[in-house]
Design a protein around this ligand. Structure first.
Ligand SMILES: NC(=O)c1ccc[n+]([C@@H]2O[C@H](COP(=O)([O-])OP(=O)(O)OC[C@H]3O[C@@H](n4cnc5c(N)ncnc54)[C@H](OP(=O)(O)O)[C@@H]3O)[C@@H](O)[C@H]2O)c1
Length: 323
């Protein structure tokens, strides 16, 4: 079966939506978006309440809660260092989480499911900006290939469910995200929150030097997480297709430029040193967002505006955020 019975348009606000990973950067933004849209029955479980690697517990949860729709934003996520050091954990845990959730969602009749992946699914040397068609056309970036393969398997599972059961499930692939609720831990975080923390700590301690990994020349695209949540919700209501949809802004900056902007906002006036013995990762990662634009959505929050509010959030929550 290749067609679904999807009718684009508003989802009934009384229907139950399960946001898997609702305390994370992505899940919490999706939760806020659903609330602001008037959804009255949103459910979530922390990993200590429901470990999604525990297949029996996941099936029990779906049998009890019977969500009508699912946003799958639970995953083991990390930066270059964590991905490079623990490839087995990134592969195995992500496969377990997504297979358990999708299998239970198939069994319990979930109507719409959005699977969240990431732009690292595309080949390291994919033509820029990266179009959805670049999937599986070349070698992956080796530092996060295990994570990427798990995410690619997730896209294939969504496509298989569509073909076999005709459910209007979809996949969305956001670019690098940032915003309130991000992971600012020194070892587990992505580049942008890591830079915010490093520069802010330098200001607080009066340090004269900040050292960053790599050359600073790789180009990256950053999307505010509230924009991402708006895009994902838009797709849930309007998109029905087997192909994953890129979610981004359509423009990129160098890591050096982003570091300079953060340094300016936090008020760091010292020197920045680039440790060129450390890996840079993919040279450029810019998503082609024409498919998303064709579905009627473009990003709203500018980078400097988004950085300022994220830095304000970080400073307000510095004592309580994830370590
Ligand atoms: N951050 C980005 O820049 C970015 C970019 C593109 C795509 N994405 C995608 O978005 C998704 C979520 O990323 P994120 O940045 O929101 O990550 P995150 O902030 O680390 O949140 C991940 C969430 O997953 C949950 N989780 C992890 N392992 C679990 C388990 N075994 N059982 C139950 N829950 C578990 C965590 O729950 P607890 O908090 O309860 O432990 C957490 O809330 C991922 O698929 C990622 O690929 C993220």
């Amino acid at each position: 079966m290749t067609t679904t019975d999807f009718t684009p348009g508003p989802i009934d606000r009384a229907e139950r939506v399960y946001v898997a990973g609702h305390r994370g950067l992505v899940g919490s933004a999706v939760w806020r978006k659903l609330e602001s849209e008037g959804f009255e029955d949103i459910v979530g479980r922390t990993s200590s309440e429901l470990d999604l690697k525990n297949r029996a517990a996941v099936f029990e949860f779906f049998a009890e809660q019977k969500p009508k729709h699912v946003v799958l934003a639970a995953a083991k996520v990390g930066g270059i260092m964590a991905n490079n050091t623990y490839p087995h954990d990134f592969l195995s845990e992500n496969l377990q989480i997504q297979v358990n959730v999708m299998d239970a969602a198939v069994e319990h009749g979930v109507e719409r499911l959005v699977f969240l992946g990431s732009s690292c699914i595309y080949p390291k040397l994919a033509e820029q900006p990266i179009h959805e068609d670049a999937l599986l056309t070349g070698h992956l970036e080796p530092t996060n290939d295990a994570y990427a393969i798990a995410k690619i398997a997730g896209i294939l599972q969504v496509q298989a469910v569509r073909r076999q059961f005709g459910r209007p499930w979809i996949s969305a692939m956001p670019t690098n995200l940032y915003g309130p609720g991000d992971n600012f831990s020194p070892t587990g975080s992505h580049v942008l929150p890591a830079l915010i923390r490093r520069y802010d700590e330098a200001v607080q301690s009066g340090a004269e030097r900040v050292e960053n990994w790599g050359t600073g020349s790789p180009r990256r695209e950053f999307l505010h997480v509230d924009d991402m949540a708006a895009a994902v919700f838009h797709l849930m209501e309007h998109y029905d297709g087997p192909e994953q949809v890129n979610v981004g802004t359509g423009s990129d900056v160098t890591i050096k430029e982003i570091a300079e902007t953060i340094a300016k906002i936090v008020g760091f006036e010292g020197e920045t040193v680039w440790d060129t013995t450390k890996p840079d990762g993919t040279p450029q990662k810019l998503l082609d967002v024409s498919k998303l634009a064709g579905e009627g959505w473009t990003s709203q929050i500018g980078l400097e505006e988004g950085l300022r509010s994220t830095i304000d959030w970080y400073r307000e929550h510095a004592d309580t955020i994830r370590q």
